[in-house]
Design a protein around this ligand. Structure first.
Ligand code: NAD
Ligand code: DAU
Length: 352
């Protein structure tokens, strides 16, 4: 029986970002016992972490963070030292059609984890840490200029961002009220391998492969700051180990793109990789009805994490996007599996 010096539960580890975080921790820290707690919603996929499933220091637990009794029993049994909380409903469009699902998982689920951690740690907080992985969307929308800093006021606009803002507030409140040791990070838009094809980049990669239309919301002038998912995972590792208690860190890519420019770049790269005539995929671009409450612009000032912890993105957008496209082209079966069944219903409802 191995002797581990830390037990960490990572929630949402079968999802997009979570799978990269779980892989990094399992491989980098053989002395940690890593538990991946995930209920396997439509967004959770064990194929994302198939390469580590047999590692000795790794255990998958299928379970729902909204089930308080289950969470309390699990925490009681394993007495985790650390929680890295990523499990969430994560798609803004779905939050518009079903806001309550976002309250249940993102708010109640986070509360259940906070209560369970508080209960097993029982005021003995030495070497304990609750890490909440959050989003820049809690800050609302920027105009044409300016950046979100850690002191920007919360001003969420979508049910998704309101639920994440609420959970951030509860994490902070547990820190202030009960002394629970926490860190929060607010990150910009991630992209990379294993991204579920409901989000802009993987959706459009899949549609380009299938020669389906590319539904650009509104005038396409909305702006996002894109970060390669593996760089986010590295930042999470750093903040978990070296971030200061009761602090927030913004994480971003220093990489702003208007949607339409990004989509055109993606079309160009895909035409090259697929051996299609230049300009062929751009013809698929279709402007469609805007997302209600669509935030104009997100842009992160990531100077605090850079200055205090020495983090910065390691991959340029060109490299990251190239690697991402290559991954989707090499993982056709993954893409086929996740776009069959329920995905078709979702797609018809969202884009018909
Ligand atoms: P995702 O939708 O790809 O994955 C979410 C995972 O959580 C899935 O594996 C799902 O099965 C699991 N899950 C959902 N509800 C659950 C429940 N009730 N109990 C247990 N597990 C449950 O999400 P993602 O894009 O990887 O995002 C992960 C986290 O990072 C989220 O908290 C999100 O708010 C945050 N975030 C995402 C981005 C981004 O660009 N994707 C950026 C910043 C922050
Ligand atoms: O900023 C961080 C957030 O980024 C995360 O917290 C969320 O979990 C993540 O989903 C992401 O939210 P966005 O709403 O920014 O990502 P999405 O990929 O859905 O959309 C990116 C932009 O592209 C946005 O301006 C809406 C637009 N869009 C999106 C889709 C799905 C389109 O124009 N057409 C589409 O079909």
């Amino acid at each position: 029986m191995a002797n581990y010096n830390k037990k960490i539960v990572i929630t949402g580890g079968a999802g997009f970002i979570g799978s990269h975080v779980v892989r990094l921790f399992v491989n980098k820290y053989p002395n940690y016992q890593i538990f991946n707690l995930d209920s396997l919603t439509y967004a959770g996929n064990l194929e994302n972490i198939a390469d580590i499933e047999k590692k000795e220091n790794y255990q998958f637990i299928k379970g729902d963070i909204t089930d308080a009794d289950f969470i309390n029993q699990l925490f009681d049994k394993h007495k985790f030292d650390g929680v890295i909380h990523l499990a969430a409903e994560s798609h803004v469009d779905r939050s518009i059609s079903d806001p309550l699902a976002f309250v249940k998982t993102n708010v109640i689920g986070t509360m259940n984890l906070l209560n369970a951690a508080k209960s097993i740690w029982a005021n003995n907080y030495e070497r304990k840490r609750f890490y909440h992985v959050s989003t820049d969307e809690v800050y609302g929308s920027l105009g044409a200029t300016g950046l979100f800093t850690e002191t920007t006021s919360y001003d969420p606009n979508s049910p998704y961002s309101a639920s994440k803002a609420s959970s951030d507030h509860f994490v902070r409140a547990y820190g202030e009220t009960y002394g629970l040791p926490y860190v929060i990070t607010n990150c910009s838009n991630n992209y990379g391998p294993n991204h579920f094809p409901e989000k802009l980049i993987p959706l459009f990669i899949n549609n380009i492969i299938e020669k389906k239309s590319l539904p650009v919301y509104g005038d396409g002038k909305y702006t996002r700051d894109w970060l390669f998912v593996k760089d986010h995972a590295v930042a999470i590792d750093l903040v978990f180990h070296e971030g200061k208690n009761h602090e927030t860190y913004n994480i971003g890519g220093f990489n702003e793109w208007q949607n339409i420019d990004l989509v055109k770049l993606l079309c160009k790269k895909m035409d090259e990789k697929l051996g299609r005539i230049a300009g062929e995929s751009e013809e698929l671009i279709t402007y469609v009805k805007d997302r209600p409450g669509h935030d104009l612009r997100y842009a992160i000032d990531a100077s605090k994490i850079n200055r205090e912890l020495g983090w910065k993105p390691s991959v340029t957008f060109e490299e990251g996007l190239g690697q991402t496209i290559d991954w989707y082209l090499a993982n056709e079966t993954w893409l086929k599996n996740v776009t069959s069944g329920d995905y078709q219903h979702y797609y018809e409802k969202q884009y018909s």
